[in-house]
Design a protein around this ligand. Structure first.
Ligand SMILES: Cc1cc2nc3c(=O)[nH]c(=O)nc-3n(C[C@H](O)[C@H](O)[C@H](O)COP(=O)(O)OP(=O)(O)OC[C@H]3O[C@@H](n4cnc5c(N)ncnc54)[C@H](O)[C@@H]3O)c2cc1C
Length: 422
């Protein structure tokens, strides 16, 4: 592995055979997350591909010339030509391997793979998920001098890192940008000394053995595991939804409703959460239109009665969204009547989608006791049905899912574990 500056670019990269080039910056958490993977892979692929790092802040001109707009960015070169596609942001080991493999003959790849030595590391506690719940548990455990590792397939922060603004987390007078709040939470836990293994592929989780395999070859074992893997909102799947998420389309009324004062809202869904959240949203909205795929609401009777008598609310039954687009400040939702196939466009200031959340438990759901919606059941100290396995945050069975409640769960689990390990 070698560090270069722009004056060496031509000799080392353009005339350098097969090269992987890492544009990195300082004070860049995804760069830190990449550094150990880059070093490790240099040990594996280093005989065939040159591993080169370049400090972006000091080589801005070259970065701009190459169109590198963020750190870290990995570029791959073969005989002076860029190949294999760039990687940026929270880069996974498997993505780098995929690109490196594409630059080498298959026989050589097989040879290299057969020489990869699996590793095993031992900790007191593994935390799965670096959202507010996991990060808080990590902080408390670390301060109690318990050897802890945080594992996440993404970069730290969970939902908060992609939330536009958070105004209900105590301790801040002004609303906080979600990415800053999650960055601060993550840095606090990391500075304490918690080990981070983030932007990794989770190969398997064995809750009985308390063993997690990441990136295929790295086994991590512990005496306890805390599951803080959160939830994923169900998507409608209509075009434009992913692009407008956080930019006009929201999945959280408590979080984003307050920005809708005097505005028009479209809500997709018709179950309990859609109806209850719609009722809440009418505190702010001047007009709210519910779009529901069936011919009647599926929420409980009390919630239905309330919403049906709310003068701000109208309901379009038998309709499903077909696309979301932005026109200036407005979001245009194209809907289709599933019976008549008639389409119409609803123009609003914001769209809220409540068609259910999915707890992230696919890797271990068969083992744990779950509630009827698939959330993990815990006792009041966050213990699950398996001894030594705890769960915190949005992934557990509970009524209110907020940053504060996830943080509280993380605190409780960590304190319970600290006490047990005394
Ligand atoms: C759009 C939106 C806006 C919101 N705004 C607010 C707000 O303003 N105020 C508020 O209080 N709450 C808000 N919330 C709710 C809040 O974000 C959540 O309650 C909180 O983030 C839950 O924290 P968590 O740690 O349980 O899970 P998450 O934040 O969901 O984090 C879970 C982490 O686990 C990781 N993970 C997933 N699968 C695995 C796996 N198999 N192994 C390991 N790790 C895994 C994920 O990558 C993620 O980093 C909002 C939610 C959404 C969706």
């Amino acid at each position: 592995m070698k560090e270069i500056n722009s004056s060496e670019f031509e000799a080392e990269v353009l005339n350098g055979g097969k090269v992987i080039l890492d544009f990195y910056s300082t004070e860049c958490p995804p760069c830190e997350a990449l550094a150990s993977k880059f070093e490790n892979l240099a040990g594996v692929y280093g005989k065939d591909v040159k591993f080169i790092k370049i400090f972006r802040q000091q080589n801005r001109e070259l970065a701009e010339k190459l169109g590198v707009k963020g750190s870290p960015t990995l570029l791959f070169f073969d005989n002076g030509k860029e190949v294999a596609g760039r990687l940026a942001g929270g880069i996974k080991r498997s993505e780098i391997i995929r690109n490196l493999d594409s630059m080498l003959p298959p026989d050589r790849v097989k040879d290299i793979k057969s020489n990869i030595k699996p590793t095993v590391s031992e900790f007191d506690v593994i935390i799965l998920g670096a959202g507010p719940g996991g990060l808080t548990a990590g902080l408390y455990l670390c301060q109690a001098k318990i050897n802890t590792v945080l594992i996440d397939p993404s970069l730290p922060g969970g939902h908060v890192s992609t939330t536009h603004e958070v105004s209900n987390y105590p301790g801040f007078i002004e609303p906080q940008a979600g990415y800053m709040l999650s960055h601060n939470m993550s840095e606090q836990t990391k500075l304490c000394g918690t080990i981070y293994k983030v932007a990794v592929d989770i190969t398997s989780v064995d809750l009985d053995k308390k063993e997690v395999v990441i990136d295929e070859f790295e086994t991590v074992r512990a005496k306890r595991i805390i599951i803080g893997t959160g939830t994923t909102p169900n998507l409608t799947g209509a075009p434009g939804e992913k692009e407008l998420k956080g930019k006009g389309i929201s999945y959280c009324a408590t979080c984003d409703g307050k920005y809708m004062d005097g505005k028009e809202i479209v809500v997709i869904g018709g179950g309990n959460s859609a109806v209850e959240e719609s009722d809440y949203l009418t505190r702010f909205a001047s007009k709210l239109t519910i779009v529901h795929q069936f011919d009647k609401l599926t929420a409980n009777k009390k919630a239905q009665d309330k919403i049906l008598n709310n003068p701000k609310v109208s309901i379009l039954f038998d309709n499903e969204p077909r696309s979301f687009t932005r026109e200036g400040d407005k979001i245009v939702t194209e809907i289709e009547n599933v019976k008549t196939k008639e389409r119409q466009k609803l123009v609003s200031d914001g769209v809220f989608i409540f068609i259910g959340m999915k707890p992230n438990i696919d890797l271990f759901k068969d083992k744990l006791t779950l509630d009827k919606w698939g959330y993990i059941k815990t006792d009041e100290e966050m213990r699950t049905s398996i001894p030594g396995i705890y769960a915190v945050g949005d992934v557990i069975s509970k009524k209110y899912r907020q940053i504060t409640t996830a943080v509280a769960d993380g605190t409780i689990a960590a304190m319970a574990i600290s006490k047990e390990m005394d």
